[in-house]
Structures are given as structure tokens and as C-alpha cells.
Design a protein around this ligand. Structure first.
Ligand code: ZN
Length: 95
């Protein structure tokens, strides 16, 4: 586990969308249970336009919040971005 992952991330067991996203953040291939959970979520989203609108709104809010954080804490944001880029490079080098 990466030491600066939020503790709550570990409480989501495989077979959930949250665990699928955890796999992706770590640069791992999702396990079968998580891939299926994500497929089901995608199917539900396509079947319900209101869910799609909610998701777009949530993503936009998240992006805006990240921009605000980056503006309020530019040095910390740069350091975290560099750190995450290094982690991604390490994962890419290991594969
Ligand atoms: Zn999994």
C-alpha cells in the first residue's frame, strides 16, 4: 500500500467501483470482480441519463475543487503532482 493513500481507500473490498478505481490509481489491472463492478456501473449509467448528468456534475465539481486547491496551495500541489508522476513512472518501468 502506498503510505499516503487515504485510509478509507482500503476499506472498499474488491468487487466495488471504489476498489476498481483504487486498482487504476495504482496502475494495476483491475481484478475480475472489480472489472465486473465497473462494467455494471457503466451499463447503469448508459441506461439512466440522469445518472450520467449527476456524474458529469460530480466530475466538474471535483475538477473545479482541484483547481481551487492548486491555486490556494501551488507549491504543495506541484510537489504532489511531481510525486504522483514519479509513482506512475515507477509502475510503467516495472511493467
Ligand atoms: Zn479488485
Amino acid at each position: 500500500m502506498l503510505s499516503d493513500d487515504p485510509p478509507a481507500a482500503e476499506s472498499n473490498p474488491c468487487g466495488t467501483v471504489a476498489a476498481y478505481q483504487r486498482h487504476r490509481r495504482r496502475g494495476e489491472a483491475a481484478c475480475g470482480l472489480c472489472a465486473e463492478a465497473n462494467r455494471q456501473k457503466s451499463r447503469a449509467r448508459r441506461a439512466d441519463p440522469e445518472l450520467r448528468v449527476e456524474e458529469v456534475a460530480r466530475n466538474l465539481a471535483r475538477t473545479r475543487a482541484l483547481w481551487r486547491l492548486a491555486n490556494e496551495y501551488p507549491e504543495r500541489f506541484r510537489a504532489l503532482s511531481t510525486d504522483e508522476l514519479l509513482k506512475i513512472s515507477e509502475v510503467a518501468d516495472a511493467t
